[in-house]
Design a protein around this ligand. Structure first.
Ligand code: IVH
Length: 659
């Protein structure tokens, strides 16, 4: 057979099979048959690259990486509905609709817990996919959405249409992704929604492709263009076009009672669904009724989103374990019988500090309720005091470090292990040094560091750079091969060229966060000058208070820290600031602090960049430390403050003369 014809035929058959599988949930091909066709297509495309079609299903593995997402404006804004939470509000919604529509019919749909996306098709071909963004402008994620197998690249009709729906990750794919991340020592995703959001915003679509996302279609912005008269018809039309819709679970209702019954039934099915849902979306079915109801200034009046109550789960507290953080901070953690909370398994939650435990009167053996705080970190909400059996021991704060046995000290609400050499602190310090915002040893996750520490390969920062001497030993570890080890070593070697703010942050000086590290790098230009600065010099920097200044001085007084820094120097770790070069010749500007206020002839950033490039420091608020205020028209309270503190005022002309 003609090769081109065979390719066309295979593509048709594969697309048909995908449609049956994803949209109809009724596959006619076995997995083996599907794989055979897919592999034959792959082979032919490899052999005859000139015959490879742009819309081939083999393209779903992702393509070239991009360096940023471009912004797109939605043709019609992507709105969302108001949320409601209980039966009363459902009844109020129904009453409100009935004031306009005498006998409303509603569609009821599971509220998918992912992120909404808009897909544009021209002539039946997918041309653009975008995130919701702020509803008016989103980001172009076409290359990533093309990897989602349930998104048809071609529709069954050659029409122009926009389709909206939810991009989500199934519970199974979420578990798989997390197993992989755990094995790689990477931080696990908190829930499928975060996983989907993170995956769809990957600059490398090959990564998105591996994450196995899904798309559920639920909305057409201008349905009347296609002769559609109801939301139900929209959903049927979407299915006909090749989309996955929630065909089995979508339903119709005619009263608040119907809606409540549906919510109850769906709530029962929820744990067994293959994906997360967080409520029910209720829409008026008839489009002419929708038109009559219209919109408020924010949201459509013709629909509403019922949200399931936040899940709180009861479990039994088995023990309280104290852990030691990088700064020596001691945290009590609750360990309880494993429970499923909002789609993830949890067996541990933070108890913050001793005050928190005492206030809750939490005791081992208690029944406690657990909730995801802000949907991410599990939290102990309540201790069920009425279910306490017997009289368990009240919570008692430890007085010695659980790892090195050093006497703890208390600062405000927290306890600290003051021993710098405490092994627990050490592991966290090493993890911090390697972390993304610090030296950024990509691929060197927390678990690997802990293993390497326990095996004795790394004790200090400088040991990272000497890992090659353990190359043979590393190769014998599970999950490590020649390639992954040389990648790791190369990443570490390359990180020696980082600009010094990363190193300053990586050292883990107490209170010196990312932003402060950048300020120091910028102000001093290199680590040696920073190390040599005294308390007063540090304190005179606008953003730096006495706590940070003292902490820096203390850090560099410590012999061990100095020794380690010297080792890093010998290993060739860069100590210089490599950001925008600062010209320190202009004494009026170098080291001085400026505040810019009012309307100037150019955007504020213009002046900021010039001042910073000449060693000036631009801050937001006028304080005693401010040297100059650059004043534009219509200044606000900053001008008053400057007058009050007698600070020199610069006009734009003064500024130009100065530079
Ligand atoms: S319809 C005007 N249908 O929940 C809103 N939305 O407020 C049109 N969602 O942000 C959206 N499942 O991302 C609709 N079956 C469903 C949905 C759904 C989830 C999301 C959507 C929107 C929010 C509703």
């Amino acid at each position: 057979m003609d090769i081109k014809k065979r390719i066309d035929q295979l593509i048709n058959e594969i697309n048909r099979a995908s449609y049956e599988y994803y949209a109809l949930d009724n596959p006619s091909l076995s997995d083996q048959e599907y794989d055979d066709k897919y592999n034959e297509l792959l082979r032919l495309e490899e052999k005859y690259p000139e015959l490879k079609r742009d819309d081939s299903p083999t393209n779903r593995v992702g393509g070239e990486a991009i360096d940023k997402f471009t912004k797109v404006t939605h043709k019609t804004p992507m709105l969302s509905f108001d949320d409601i939470f209980n039966s009363e509000e459902i009844e109020m919604f129904d009453e409100r609709i009935k004031k306009t529509i005498s006998k409303p019919e509603y569609t009821l749909e599971p509220k998918m817990d992912g992120l909404s996306g808009s897909l544009l098709y021209e002539d039946g071909v997918l041309v653009r996919a975008a995130t919701r963004g702020d509803g008016v402008t989103g980001e172009d994620i076409t290359i990533n959405v093309k990897t989602i197998k349930s998104v048809p690249l071609h529709l069954s009709k050659k029409i122009d249409i926009e389709v909206r729906g939810e991009i989500y990750m199934s519970k199974l794919s979420f578990d798989k992704a997390n197993i992989e991340r755990r094995n790689n020592g990477e931080k696990e995703f908190a829930n499928p929604r975060n996983a989907a959001a993170g995956s769809v915003r990957q600059l490398d679509s090959k990564i998105t492709a591996k994450r196995d996302l899904d798309f559920m279609a639920y909305f057409i912005p201008n349905p009347e263009k296609y002769g559609i008269k109801t939301q139900k018809e929209s959903l049927d039309f979407l299915r006909e076009l090749g989309f996955k819709t929630n065909y089995e679970l979508n339903s119709l209702a005619h009263s608040a009672k119907d809606i409540e019954k549906y919510i109850e039934d769906l709530g029962n099915k929820r744990p067994n669904l293959p994906y997360d849902i967080d409520g029910v979306v209720i829409k008026v079915n008839s489009l002419s009724d929708e038109d009559e109801l219209g919109f408020t200034s924010r949201v459509p009046r013709w629909g509403i989103a019922y949200k399931f109550p936040a899940l709180e789960v009861l479990t039994k507290l088995n023990k309280i374990v104290f852990t030691v953080g990088r700064t020596g901070k001691i945290t009590p953690n609750a360990y309880f019988d494993t429970v499923h909370v909002d789609g993830s398994l949890v067996s541990k939650a933070t108890l913050h500090n001793s005050d928190y435990c005492i206030e809750k009167d939490i005791r081992v053996g208690d029944i406690i309720s657990i909730r995801k705080a802000g949907d991410v970190i599990p939290e102990v909400v309540e201790v069920k005091l009425d279910r306490r059996e017997g009289s368990p021991e009240p919570f008692k704060m430890i007085d010695k470090c659980p790892i090195c046995n050093t006497e703890l000290i208390r600062k405000d609400a927290n306890h600290f292990c003051p021993n710098d050499k405490c092994p627990a602190r050490n592991i966290e310090k090493l993890e911090h040094y390697a972390s993304r915002d610090a030296m950024n040893f990509d691929g060197f996750g927390e678990r690997i560091i802990e293993d390497f520490y326990n095996l004795g390969y790394i004790n200090n920062f400088s040991d990272f750079y000497d890992l090659s001497k353990y190359k043979d030993e590393l190769m014998t570890l599970e999950g490590f091969g020649e390639k992954s080890i040389s990648n790791l070593l190369e990443t570490i070697e390359n990180s020696k060229q980082n600009s010094v703010e990363r190193l300053i942050y990586a050292l883990g000086i107490r209170y010196v966060g990312k932003k402060t590290a950048k300020i120091f790098a910028y102000m001093f230009g290199d680590l040696d000058k920073f190390m040599a600065s005294d308390y007063d010099t540090l304190k005179n920097i606008n953003e730096i208070g006495d706590i940070i200044a003292q902490s820096v001085v203390d850090y560099f007084k410590d012999e061990n820290n100095l020794k380690e820094i010297n080792k890093l120097r010998k290993l060739g770790v860069n100590f210089k600031y490599l950001g925008n070069k600062i010209n320190t010749d202009n004494e009026n500007i170098n080291g001085k602090t400026f505040v810019i206020t009012g309307t100037l002839s150019k955007p504020r950033n213009y002046y900021k960049e010039i001042l910073e490039s000449l060693g000036g420091n631009v801050t937001e608020s006028v304080t005693k430390k401010t040297d100059y205020v650059l004043l534009g028209e219509n200044p606000g309270s900053k001008y008053d403050k400057a007058k009050e503190l007698n600070i020199s005022i610069l006009s734009e002309d003064d500024f130009n003369n100065m530079i």
